[in-house]
Design a binder for this molecule. Structure first.
Ligand SMILES: [Zn+2]
Length: 274
């Protein structure tokens, strides 16, 4: 009799444990994305593990992913770029809808003529976003055409290395951008270097960055653009790199600065080569 009572208690305990374990597993599906959980925010500041799931990674993205700095990887912790839809886009592009966390929700382009738009982007914004991203596609297809324009008409150079003398903290804090990464260092008028840097290098977030200018003559960082810069470029909404400045001008049909007018005149002729 005692044996039966003991057996009943043991079976009952085992069932209760299994039920509890099952409920715990079920609860996992309601967890918030890892980027907003407290455990991941503490690990995100220290983890340098690759953020990309190899099973999700297009081979065309490997050179870009390999170029990322330690802070770039931390800033993308928890991002996923799973492709949810892949359709023909304008001008021979591939229009991909990707996970909402891809590049922290920011549209961008990738090798293989891909325009990638996170699935949270509202439908109403897609048209102007695609126009902007198409400029980046043309830049990818004809890099020499664009760099020649930037050199001749905008006085940019594309050194392979960061400027001499710049404190290491700015090199470490530079935020990489999939639409500009092949020429991350740009020098304007043989003097100023615009650089996108993370607002908080201790806890970098992809959406939290700003542009600074390294003045190589004075060997100092400027938090606002030099007056020579603003009198030529005006105040484009993205000023970190000529690829972004030109995408903004062409998308907006901007003619309000000397730089914008030169671009529009050149593009009228050059667009037949796009
Ligand atoms: Zn852009």
């Amino acid at each position: 009799m005692i044996q039966w009572i003991l057996l009943t208690i043991i079976v009952g305990l085992a069932l209760a444990y299994c039920l509890h374990a099952y409920e715990s597993v079920e609860g996992m599906s309601d967890y918030p994305p890892t980027s907003s959980s407290s455990s991941s925010s503490s690990s995100s500041s220290t983890s340098t593990a690759p953020f990309a799931d190899p099973a999700d990674t297009d081979p065309d993205d490997l050179p870009w992913l390999a170029s990322l700095s330690k802070l770039d990887r931390v800033a993308r912790h928890g991002n996923s770029c799973t492709v949810m839809a892949d359709n023909p886009g304008p001008e021979g592009t591939r229009l991909q809808t990707v996970s909402r966390t891809c590049e922290s929700g920011m549209p961008h382009t990738a090798d293989g003529d891909r325009i990638r738009i996170p699935d949270l982007i509202p439908e109403a914004l897609r048209e102007s976003i695609i126009r902007h991203e198409l400029v980046h596609i043309w830049q990818r297809r004809s890099p020499e055409l664009w760099s020649t324009f930037y050199r001749r008409h905008w006085s940019f150079e594309f050194p392979g290395d960061p400027p001499a003398g710049i404190p290491d903290q700015y090199i470490q804090a530079r935020r990489s951008n999939p639409d500009t990464w092949r020429h991350p260092w740009v020098r304007w008028m043989a003097r100023w270097w615009p650089i996108a840097i993370y607002d908080q290098p201790d806890s970098p977030r992809l959406r939290e960055s700003h542009t600074v200018w390294w003045d190589e003559h004075r060997q100092q960082i400027l938090d606002t653009p030099p007056t020579e810069w603003t009198s030529f470029f005006g105040y484009p909404s993205q000023d970190e790199h000529p690829h972004e400045i030109s995408a903004v001008y062409l998308t907006d049909g901007d003619m309000n600065s000397e730089a914008a007018r030169r671009l529009q005149r050149w593009w009228e002729i050059a667009k037949s080569h796009r």
